[in-house]
Design a protein around this ligand. Sequence first.
Ligand code: SF4
Ligand code: SF4
Ligand code: SF4
Length: 304
Amino acid sequence: MTKRVAFAQLTSCWGCDQSLVDLHFRLLDVLPELEIVYWPAVVDYKLKDLEALPDDSIHLGFVEGSCRTNEDLHLLKTMRKKSKLLIAWGSCSCYGGVQGLGNQWPIEELVERKFLQADSVTDPRIPESNMPGFLGIVKPNPAHVKFEMVLPGCPPTSDNTYDVVEALLTGKPFDLPERTVCDECPKEREDKHIVKFYRTHEGKIDPNKCLLDQGYLCLGFATIGLCGAQCPTVNTPCKGCFGPPPSVKDHGAKIISALGAVAEMSPEELKEAFPDPIGSFYFTDYAASYLSSITAKKRKEKEE
Ligand code: SF4
Ligand code: SF4
Ligand code: SF4
């Protein structure tokens, strides 16, 4: 029997969707087993098509992106209602994503920044009549509804997505590993004595040696190893986009404590090296950390 599949996009860049194309001919292995019943990125489905489906009639529901607007939340809840198995697909969905960095400011300030202050603004006006209703804070989707599976990544690799679909089709388990990007990385490591951090365009990277040992902020040591160390293998530091391994509760705190142990630098020097610590250490998962760091009362105030 074919499995009915749906893909929903909340606030996101749609990169997770596009990563599916990287499956190339492997798509042909799974496509005959799937009946796509909702995928607006590819076929002209409307929300009413999803709403009209019977409850629990979708076998696999993929949710990309996180909830920034009331419409996002409605779509997420509809996907939950219509799907037997729901997958939080990509780091936006699992952790809130880049848009979770917006939790540092009230929504009114974000709107002003976007429509009135950004350098690219040529006609500074807030389009009141066309604005969606915004949620006060971005949360990881599993804080809104229950998910049967989470697959982080920005985007997840096509192999990761293939493994998840295969696991769901065959009933095989798919557990997130405790290994890190460093465990997958072939570079030589030494004792770390970091006295200065460099931007990637500074200095000359030795391609055989660990980037962090050389003073480039590579977050592979605190990031779940699912991508095959894609970035360090091409001499680009890991930005931590897949988030932390399951046992780490706060990605940025783990990174800061590890850097504190290996950087032979004063607090002032570290501050100067990382003028945007939240952006540097919580690239895709600030919303997850933010949610666990505030009280229930504060959360309620922010949500209103
Ligand atoms: S997880 Fe990354 S690739 Fe996927 S939608 Fe979010 S920002 Fe885009
Ligand atoms: S280059 Fe990055 S991923 Fe590789 S060993 Fe060093 S810190 Fe880990
Ligand atoms: S190496 Fe790091 S930044 Fe690059 S894809 Fe993997 S987790 Fe993301």
